[in-house]
Ligand binder design. Sequence first.
Ligand SMILES: Cc1cc2nc3c(=O)[nH]c(=O)nc-3n(C[C@H](O)[C@H](O)[C@H](O)COP(=O)(O)O)c2cc1C
Length: 310
Amino acid sequence: MKIYFAPMEGITNHIFRNAYNEIYGHIDKFFTPFISPSEKSPMTPRERKDVAPENNKGIVLVPQILTCRSDNFIEAAKELQAMGYNEVNLNLGCPSGTVCAKGKGAGFLSDTPALTRFMDDIYSYADSANLKISIKTRLGYSNPDEFYDLVDIFNGFPVSELIVHPRIRSDFYKGEPRMEYFAYALEHAKCPLVYNGNIFTCEDLNDLPGFADGRLDTIMSGRGLLSDPSLGSRLKGLTSDTDPGKFRKFHDTLYNAYRKIMSPDINVLYKMKDLWAYWQHLFEDRERDIKRLMKAKKYAEYEEAAYRII
Ligand SMILES: Cc1cc2nc3c(=O)[nH]c(=O)nc-3n(C[C@H](O)[C@H](O)[C@H](O)COP(=O)(O)O)c2cc1C
């Protein structure tokens, strides 16, 4: 089976990807957090740095684009191709209010005529430029039954991979994924499928429609891999690969890398605390130290708490 690391804005940047890839590995593809092209420029200097091949050595990386304008998508794709990328991913899932209000992300799913015109444009370009375009989508904007029409639309284009997060926009990331709709995709989608959402254990994997009978062999995980970085090796059946020293190394690699590029202390600590919000469940017996860590304002306070925990 193949495992993809889900894009997570503010978290799975190149610093994180390099640390994870070096220490835990077993990821078949990483995706960048979304790049949001504008009329002025296909990407910001910060997005350009994050996606630059020299900052992602040894990593299979797919840049993700968030827009509802085909001209902006194509300009960003051209720049990414010039960097050496032969696949880009279209974000049709972001549930954020500001994104959806502009008709992007999950907000694009509610205007299927516009989405079809957009796809006509970008897949014509992809054909002429020998580019693969994969899609990461939700089931719909306000009703999961929107998915039936969306699958018909996607089937009209050479989608290189369809990553389905089986929730609608108003679900955000909560509640149970709507597995029956993923089962529908397995029956009706013509392109290769990837499942995404709430994979936290090996049992979650075995319960997925299509997994047991081999119709599904690729999953994408975000919060699962983040909250338990050794999950990837376990999902792949490599149970011996659970060295606890790896977590300390992972933590230190991230902490030192952020200290090199960010200042003052508090900004680095915000970044680390965002990660600890996912990691804390690994250390349920260290509640007091976690609380102290979350309150730390200086490196010394942070380190005192962190190194009592790990
Ligand atoms: C903090 C955060 C940031 C995210 N950023 C992105 C993003 O940039 N692009 C995207 O397609 N999905 C983004 N997602 C959604 C994840 O990629 C993924 O679809 C979602 O977390 C469900 O998968 P999981 O249950 O394995 O985490 C984000 C999710 C979270 C929680």
